[in-house]
Design a protein around this ligand. Structure first.
Ligand code: C5P
Length: 326
């Protein structure tokens, strides 16, 4: 019997080192300037040959992920098939390691992984810009999820400028034990807070202190320049997060912040050993932290059903090479 063809992709979570939120645009989105960074928490997606596009999700938080047409990986596969003009199907299987609705772009990661896996499974020849264009239609964070490593995002977050970094950042990540936060609800709360305080946001600018500190590997400088304009809104919707942030500060973290639209909390450590100490203190205080480092490369094909015996195979497995640049 013939082996089914399949493609497996590992895709990292993202964090926003800086998320500056500007005014609401005519299309309802907010103008943002953000510095995206991929970190070493991964979802694994496998796409195998099938007649229709379906999805199955495993992992401790699998029950929180929709399995219908609203699933972002399913939408990604459908849109790719439509744009490529193929009638192919795929059975998608996702092992969730990224917190669900946690502000770490897990859904966007799955969409990027589905694009990469199905592109290979269906033997398509769309170029990098076409794939990034499809990614942008799927969601503001999907182009970065396809790209990975470190980049400035502008517009809705979908327009990317890659950054170089000498800094290796060690994070202690505290996912929320309970429900996630909805991104639209957090943006709406941000608008309400601004209305109440009478503050009108200017179009945001890139943060040069942060970019310089990243380039020079200046971790305390990065810690000083971290900022998330959505944090007050996430704290308003989930006030318990303030205690989590305080616990991380008390544990000695260089900086504490909410990840994206939350509710995952992030703590920056000086190095790997320090991260372990911060995580131990948070565990003793009753939290369930995990360690992550970044920036890390973006999604990579780790297995496409062929024998991984030669160097060319390994090279071809990297999304960065596959997409033509990092
Ligand atoms: O682009 P994406 O589908 O991920 O966005 C989800 C929601 O988050 C949007 O519908 C919008 O409410 C909000 N959003 C925003 N401004 C952005 C990105 C997202 O208001 N730049």
């Amino acid at each position: 019997m013939e082996q089914p063809r399949y493609v497996t992709v590992d895709v990292p979570a993202k964090i926003n080192l800086r998320l500056a939120v500007g005014p609401v645009r005519a299309d309802g989105y907010h103008e943002v300037v953000t510095v995206y960074c991929s970190v070493s928490l991964y979802d694994r997606l496998r796409a195998s040959t099938a007649g229709e596009i379906t999805v199955e999700v495993v992992g401790p938080q699998a029950a929180l992920v929709p399995l219908d047409g609203s699933n972002l990986a399913v939408r990604a596969a459908r849109l790719l098939a439509e744009r490529a003009g193929v009638a192919s199907g795929a059975r998608l299987w996702i092992d969730k390691g990224i917190p669900v609705a946690g502000g770490m772009a897990g859904g966007s990661a799955d969409a990027a992984a589905a694009l990469l896996a199905c592109h290979r499974l269906w033997d398509l020849d769309l170029d990098r810009d076409e794939l990034l264009g499809i990614a942008a239609e799927l969601g503001s964070d999907v182009p970065f999820a396809l790209h990975g490593f470190l980049a400035v995002g502008t517009g809705r977050g979908e327009r990317l400028r890659p950054l170089e970094a000498a800094a290796r950042l060690h994070w202690v990540v505290v996912p929320s034990g309970g429900e996630g936060l909805s991104t639209p609800a957090v943006y709406a709360a941000c608008d309400r807070i601004r209305e109440e305080t009478g503050w009108t946001p200017e179009p945001p600018r890139a943060d040069d202190d942060l970019v310089g500190a990243l380039r020079e590997g200046d971790v305390p400088g990065v810690a000083r320049a971290l900022a998330n304009d959505l944090e007050p809104a996430a704290l308003r919707l989930n006030p318990a997060l303030a205690r989590t942030l305080d616990a991380g500060r008390a544990a000695g973290a260089l900086a504490a912040m909410v990840s994206g639209s939350g509710p995952t909390c992030l703590f920056l450590a000086a190095d790997g050993r320090h991260a372990t100490a911060v995580a131990e203190a948070l565990t003793a205080a009753g939290y369930a932290p995990v360690l992550a480092a970044g920036p890390v490369p973006g999604p990579a094909v780790v297995d496409d059903g062929r024998y991984p015996g030669d160097e060319a195979w390994h090279k071809a497995m990297s999304a960065a090479d596959y997409l033509g640049e990092r």
